[in-house]
Design a protein around this ligand. Structure first.
Ligand SMILES: C[S@@+](CC[C@H](N)C(=O)[O-])C[C@H]1O[C@@H](n2cnc3c(N)ncnc32)[C@H](O)[C@@H]1O
Length: 206
């Protein structure tokens, strides 16, 4: 089985279903509200958004509050998570597919991933970058675990399921018309956030 098929099967199957069960909204939603208000503070004119790897749609939920008029779309590989994300208020469509294979049929003001590139096998990362780039009309946001050099980390007892690297740097190197607009760090001890340590990067196209 190819590494792409292996990681897709991991998230489509039992592990992905259990991930959905484990995540509790009361703690996540306020943290994500703070996160997105911070990460998108330097954007303007956002009326459509594409999230790659939505899980059950907590990010889209807070984005609907922040941009009530914006069209919200997503792609999610796990069927149970996709079904839940479709029920989130303000969400227009969730395609149940791999972000590596989903066709790009239109562009959005913002395309983004949050905790998703870290789970894509390094061999196929360029395909994920291409989707993020092709789906974006203006902004690309990454909220991931950063490391200056690529590193694989054991993930809940699994090998080859989590990777840290300079995702933003690789994206900026791949597309000459992208520029870094803003970036930052969320520390797990910040009571407004309180999840894992996360690095985020906002890029602008053109
Ligand atoms: C760690 S979760 C992050 C979920 C969400 N972005 C958030 O911030 O809460 C990773 C998500 O990416 C999804 N995923 C993993 N590989 C994917 C792929 N190739 N295509 C689409 N979704 C994928 C998983 O099913 C899971 O819902």
């Amino acid at each position: 089985m190819s590494i792409e098929k292996e990681t897709s099967a991991f998230w489509k199957g039992e592990f992905g279903d259990e991930y959905v069960q484990r995540h509790d909204a009361p703690r996540l939603v306020p943290a994500k509200r703070f996160q997105f208000q911070t990460m998108l503070r330097n954007t303007h004119g956002i009326s459509s958004i594409m999230e790659l790897g939505t899980n059950q749609g907590f990010n889209l939920k807070v984005l609907h509050e922040q941009f009530p008029e914006a069209e919200l779309h997503g792609v999610e590989i796990n069927e149970n998570a996709a079904a839940m994300a479709r029920k989130v208020q303000g969400v227009e469509s969730i395609t149940c597919a791999s972000l590596l294979e989903v066709p790009v049929d239109r562009v959005y003001d913002l395309s983004f991933t949050a905790g998703v590139l870290i789970h894509i096998a390094p061999e196929v990362l360029p395909k994920a970058y291409q989707k993020l780039y092709d789906f974006s009309r203006k902004f690309i946001l990454l909220s991931e675990y950063h490391n200056t050099s690529p590193q694989e980390i054991e993930y809940r007892g699994h090998r080859n399921r989590m990777f840290m690297r300079d995702f933003a740097g690789e994206l900026l190197d791949s597309y000459a018309d992208l520029r870094l607009l803003d970036y930052g760090f969320f520390y797990k001890r910040d009571p407004r956030y309180g999840l894992g340590d996360i690095n985020w990067f906002l890029m602008e196209k053109g």
